[in-house]
Design a protein around this ligand. Structure first.
Ligand SMILES: *Cc1c(COP(=O)(O)O)cnc(C)c1O
Length: 404
């Protein structure tokens, strides 16, 4: 790691040009640079404004339901016979996952900038729903770009977005999936940035998005650090979180980077690393996607390969640049977990703890199930249970061959 690149923001950055080591930056058309500069200035002012923080904290408490508790999974721990397993219960948030934390921060930023309209893109629809939720709460209009194929596959979330008053625009270009929706959202923003705010849903995109999403999601790790100290008298030995673009993971990890707590990010190995998967950090190469440089799934010609995972929230063909830098520095370990192991973990948690997790954190849980028995009984694992499984019961039923 190049020490000179480190800033007060964190051990790997970003620097003033938005680089975490070699990753990140602003790879957008010249026409978008004024909008990027306006956003950067607004965020820098907001993050030092006590009134902004007061309102952010207020909404997280009374609208989202924070703080989410940390919970000792006693029966799972007994079953695994090794390290104590604790969960950060972010699945208890309003709308059922961590995405709302970021959307609250960004809608306050949009309002502060005087914007009247929200642009978002979504793959599975989870970020689209969270964006439509906060747009409704603040009375802004909301346009969500979604690949036409995803619109067909994710009908319940499309309906939710419409109920919340958003317009869903199906994208017919290319593979009609997330990467095509990303392009159209950026194109819309380039044409409308005077009155529109682009709400990015993960710790990726051009600078300053990876930074601001991390800052808003860091509420997860900041709460967890204080809660674990209060409950157990010390910090955990290991943090585990699932990685799509990397927002819930960086939100948990970042407030612990100044400690010696070990961290593992779990990405989706889908059907296997030699078949269809979403393991950008394990199998990707440096490339440019969504306005920044990071590990990207691409073929020999540099074309983006569509990601696959049984969990729709993990099938993003890139990963946030801070994770790329943390991987190269060795500070965080990243491992792939496939569909079948995630499904087994999903079923085990339902039976042992009475918690139906989303399929995304079920990937993280599969790693916990693997590693906890190899650790000592006085060691502590804290996993981010970043979403609830209500949205996934149809997928799971199909996987199990059950007709509902
Ligand atoms: C969207 C989503 C993810 C993946 O996104 P990150 O930015 O990597 O956190 C993970 N879990 C759940 C429940 C999600 O909805």
């Amino acid at each position: 790691m190049d020490k000179a690149l480190a800033t007060a923001d964190g051990p790997v950055g970003p620097n003033a040009r938005g680089y975490f080591g070699e990753y990140g930056g602003m790879f957008v058309p010249e026409t978008l640079m004024p909008a990027i500069h306006e956003l950067t200035a607004a965020f820098e002012a907001a993050r030092h404004d006590p009134e902004f923080k007061r309102e952010f904290d207020y909404l997280l408490k009374y609208y989202v339901g924070r703080p989410s508790p940390v919970y000792f999974a006693e029966r799972l721990t007994q079953h695994l016979g090794g390290a104590q397993v604790w969960f950060k219960r972010d699945e208890l948030n309003h709308t059922g996952a961590h995405k709302i934390n970021n959307c609250i921060g960004q809608i306050l930023l949009a309002r502060r900038m005087g914007k009247k309209r929200i642009i978002a893109e979504t793959g599975a629809g989870q970020h689209g729903v969270a964006s439509a939720t906060v747009a409704a709460r603040f009375g802004l209009t909301c346009t969500v770009y979604m690949g036409a194929l995803d619109v067909e596959r994710q009908a319940p979330n499309v309906f939710r977005m419409k109920l919340l008053g958003a317009e869903v625009r199906p994208v017919e270009a290319g593979s009609r999936s997330l990467k095509d929706a990303l392009n159209d959202a950026l194109r819309d923003w380039a044409a409308t940035s005077d009155d529109s705010y682009y709400m990015v849903g993960t710790a990726a995109g051009p600078h300053p998005y990876p930074l601001l999403v991390r800052e808003f999601q860091s509420v997860i790790g900041t709460e967890a650090r204080a809660q674990m100290l209060a409950e157990t008298g010390r910090l955990p030995d290991l943090l585990v979180a699932a990685i799509g673009g990397g927002s819930n993971a960086i939100g948990l990890f970042h407030p612990f980077l100044d400690t010696d707590v070990a961290m593992t990010g779990v990405e989706a190995a889908g059907e296997g690393l030699d078949k269809r998967h979403a393991a950008s950090l394990t199998r990707g190469r440096m490339g440019i996607l969504h306005g920044s440089k990071s590990y990207v799934l691409q073929d020999g010609d540099g074309q983006i390969i569509e990601a696959h995972s049984i969990s729709a929230g993990l099938d993003y063909p890139g990963v946030g640049p801070e994770h790329a830098a943390l991987k190269d520095s060795g500070r965080v370990k990243y491992i792939p977990v496939g569909d079948d192991a995630a499904m087994d973990a999903f079923k085990l948690l339902a039976k042992l703890e009475g918690i139906i997790p989303a399929l995304e954190p079920a990937h993280a849980l599969a790693h916990v199930i693997d590693i906890a028995p190899k650790m000592k009984k006085d060691q502590i694992i804290l996993m981010n249970l970043c979403g609830r499984g209500d949205k996934d019961v149809f997928t799971v039923a199909r996987h199990l061959g059950v007709t509902l």
